[in-house]
Design a protein around this ligand. Structure first.
Ligand SMILES: Nc1ncnc2c1ncn2[C@@H]1O[C@H](COP(=O)(O)OP(=O)(O)OP(=O)(O)O)[C@@H](O)[C@H]1O
Length: 423
């Protein structure tokens, strides 16, 4: 495994659960989906897809998946390269399972039920977090100054939500300390996209320093607040795109100048692509209307992503100019580095074998096919920034934040472990 996993298809086990389309597979109906892991091929409804670099058989467990694809990407991250791990696929096909684990696992981890080590059901992210914490500990033992932080953001129609700030509000509310009684609003916890930075970055989100098992539990608790809802296709369907970030800052001495190199690892659990009729039924009631609208707009951002990838591949073929500016979607901006090849990238197309899902399965494989034609990754380590400059910028940001908070009702009280990210 040395390409990091640019075009991987992961087959969901027949009848693995989740409701909806899987029921028919569980009952043993002919599925119309065949695959060969050794040949890395999938056939859906008679159409052969032979582009995948790997086809993951349903019996491959979470540990084996991590071992096959993640060490090379984790090493790149530690070496200063930005990395994106993306799960794409129709609703209920196993994206959240791949990135985070089965339903409820993060809440159990947050409650301390799973201990401080790697649980067998953990997906790529919790495993990556524990691996990164371990690595940073080793760097520190070698005398290298390194800081690892985590952030988590949901991209939804209500705006981009800071999951750590939201969960802290929830914790305060539960503790009934009187500080967090208001409902969430995007104005209070929203995270903006800074398009001026290169590449575009989310800013204004909480960064949680990861130093101890308690920090990892806090992070799991924040991710467990993911916005999910039951649909006809998945009992616990994620209704948003979820970005979980690890940021690593390492202090280096270069020719007598102290510099900080920053690399970012984005774990991306995309919301499911779905046909509204399949997910919500032919007649959507008022009660379900909000969810259906959410699904429609989520599909819109996925369509935008797909159009961008296709446009870029076509522009490269014709040697024409291409600009990301036309695509009005934070999702596109945040994944830009994967499209240009500047970030190390693993893309997992998750696939259901259920006969009722054949059309969706073909859509998902179509996306993977185009994505696989993007530039081969040629990731470079990010450029270290002088520590003095970073300190100046951070102080300026803190000053602005203080001024903005002056007079605000809450006084900007945040938990002692949380700090606001300046960008
Ligand atoms: N490889 C797998 N092994 C075992 N169970 C799986 C696997 N993939 C998915 N499942 C199970 O199938 C169900 C649906 O999966 P999951 O919620 O991850 O789908 P999803 O693609 O994230 O859906 P949505 O887009 O609707 O959020 C879950 O119960 C999950 O644990």
């Amino acid at each position: 495994m040395n390409d990091g996993g640019l075009a991987v298809v992961r087959m969901k086990p027949l009848g693995a659960g989740g409701g909806g389309g899987e029921r028919s597979s569980a009952s043993g109906a002919p599925s119309g989906v065949t695959f060969s892991a050794p040949k890395a091929e999938v056939t859906v409804d008679g159409r052969l897809f032979s582009y995948p670099s790997h086809v993951i058989a349903p019996e491959m467990d979470q540990q084996a998946l991590y071992d096959a694809f993640m060490p090379v990407n984790m090493q790149a991250f530690v070496d200063g390269v930005n990395v994106n791990v993306i799960a794409y696929g129709q609703t209920g096909s196993g994206k959240t399972h791949t990135v985070f684990g089965p339903p409820g696992i993060l809440a159990r981890a947050a409650a301390g039920e799973l201990g401080d080590g790697v649980d067998q059901d953990y997906g790529l992210f919790p495993r990556g977090v524990l691996g990164a914490v371990d690595t940073v500990g080793k760097l520190r033992q070698e005398g290298i100054a390194a800081v690892l932080t985590a952030s988590a953001v949901e991209l939804s129609i209500m705006g981009n939500e800071d999951m750590l700030a939201r969960s802290e509000t929830a914790v305060r509310r539960a503790a009934n300390d009187g500080a967090g009684t208001s409902q969430w609003s995007s104005a209070a916890l929203g995270v903006a996209l800074d398009k001026a930075s290169d590449p575009p970055r989310l800013c204004g989100m909480t960064e949680l320093p990861l130093d101890s098992p308690a920090d990892v539990r806090l992070l799991c608790g924040a991710l467990a607040t993911r916005n999910t809802a039951g649909t006809l296709m998945n009992n616990t369907s994620s209704r948003s795109h979820c970005f979980a970030f690890l940021t690593l800052r390492v202090l280096k001495d270069e020719a007598g100048v102290a510099r900080v190199r920053t690399s970012r690892f984005q774990f991306v659990d995309l919301a499911g692509s779905e046909r509204l009729k399949d997910a919500h039924g032919a007649s959507v009631s008022w009660k379900e209307g909000g969810e259906a609208l959410n699904g429609m707009l989520t599909n819109y951002s996925l369509t935008m992503l797909s159009a961008c990838v296709r446009g870029l591949v076509e522009a490269k073929r014709k040697r024409a100019k291409f600009s990301f500016r036309a695509f009005l979607s934070d999702l596109v901006d945040l994944l830009q580095e994967s499209m240009t090849g500047d970030a190390a990238t693993a893309c997992f197309v998750c696939l259901s074998q259920a006969p009722t899902n054949l059309v969706h399965s073909k859509f998902a494989l179509d996306f993977g096919e185009v994505f696989a034609q993007l530039s081969a990754p040629r990731p470079r380590a990010t450029k270290p920034v002088p520590l003095a400059l970073l300190a100046k910028q951070t102080n300026a940001t803190l000053g602005e934040a203080r001024r903005a908070l002056q007079g605000s009702k809450s006084g900007g009280r945040l938990g002692s472990r949380l700090s606001r990210d300046g960008g």
